[in-house]
Write a protein that binds this ligand. Structure first.
Ligand code: SF4
Length: 299
């Protein structure tokens, strides 16, 4: 089947040693069975594996991957080539979902370079073929893609102001972040699991209706388009689509709130942190979507 990706996807390349928030620091990297079997024959790699379930690289000082050198380069690539990487290292920051048109691949915003590209790219509404992959397109009764196209057309229009576009989306789909008060959302954010406890304070300033500064609008629009691509596209039912859209709208308002209330935080760092803490924890994304499911099932 055909592999599709947002138009900005081919512009991504890992910036390796220039990356300030490397994904090779602070994350426990699980090793897939095929790479694990391969690494048993590689002297320089075998000893660095913690043989837990699943096996992973034993992190070194400062929670650094043991194969990251002082220059921030990956020794596995340097010594054995990119093909020697385990699946997580090879694929990060990509994520995939199958749709009625084929497979889609996106770039996760927790990666510093992916985040920069996403927040600087206006071609978010173009999802283009980038290759072929195994499998068949989804044959589900419900298809969220026409709704995504419609949402992107609203985000792209210049007829209405940004707050009007957000209201129009909320009214059209009957889903809004204001279904819960700011205090309720703040309580939910306080109860999430955090990779970095210091990030919890950044989420505490959440508001569904912060005044959006004009200079933030282009990046917030692109961020919302990304959240829609990631959380609405895999939906198999109307309820799943609405919960995914609710999560996307919540993330956009959270991002805006984080930047407004933390003057030392720019939108790139805020978006990266938000993605890292929410999108890379299934428990957190499900907890937030559940807040929307409650209201969807009540209507
Ligand atoms: S976070 Fe992104 S740019 Fe940085 S090292 Fe990882 S893949 Fe490369």
């Amino acid at each position: 089947m055909t592999l599709f990706a947002p138009a900005y996807y081919p512009r991504f390349a890992c910036i390796a040693s220039a990356c300030r928030h490397s994904c090779c620091v602070g994350w426990e990297i699980d090793i897939d069975p095929s790479a694990h079997a391969r690494y048993q024959t590689m002297e320089d790699i075998r000893g660095s594996i913690a043989e837990d379930d699943p096996p992973h690289f034993r992190l070194g000082e400062g929670d650094r991957c043991p194969h990251l050198d002082e220059k921030g380069l990956c020794c596995i690539i340097l010594r054995h080539g990119e093909d020697a990487l385990c699946e997580i290292c090879r694929e990060h920051p990509r994520f995939y979902h199958v749709t009625s048109r084929g497979m889609e691949v996106g770039l996760g915003m927790s990666c510093e370079e992916a985040c920069r590209i996403i927040l600087e790219s206006d071609d978010f509404d173009e999802v283009l073929p980038v290759g072929q992959t195994d499998g068949t397109p989804k044959k589900a009764e419900f298809d969220p893609l026409p709704y995504r196209d419609y949402l992107y057309s609203i985000l792209k229009t210049r007829e209405f102001s940004y707050p009007e576009r957000l209201s129009y989306i909320a009214d059209s789909f009957g889903i809004t972040t204001t279904l819960h008060s700011d205090g309720v959302w703040q309580g939910v954010f306080a109860g999430l699991e955090y990779l970095n406890r210091e990030h919890k304070a950044l989420f505490a300033a959440y508001s569904s209706a912060p005044a959006t500064p004009d200079e933030l609008i282009p990046a917030l629009t692109r961020a919302l388009a990304y959240f829609i691509f990631r959380h609405l596209s895999p939906a198999d039912s109307t309820d799943e689509m609405l919960a995914g859209l609710g999560l996307a709208m919540l993330c956009e308002r959270l991002l805006c709130s984080m930047v407004i209330h933390n003057p030392n935080l720019d939108i790139f760092d805020a978006a990266r942190i938000l993605s890292e803490e929410i999108e890379y924890s299934e428990e957190n994304t499900e907890a937030l979507k559940e807040m929307f499911y409650e209201s969807i099932s009540a209507t």
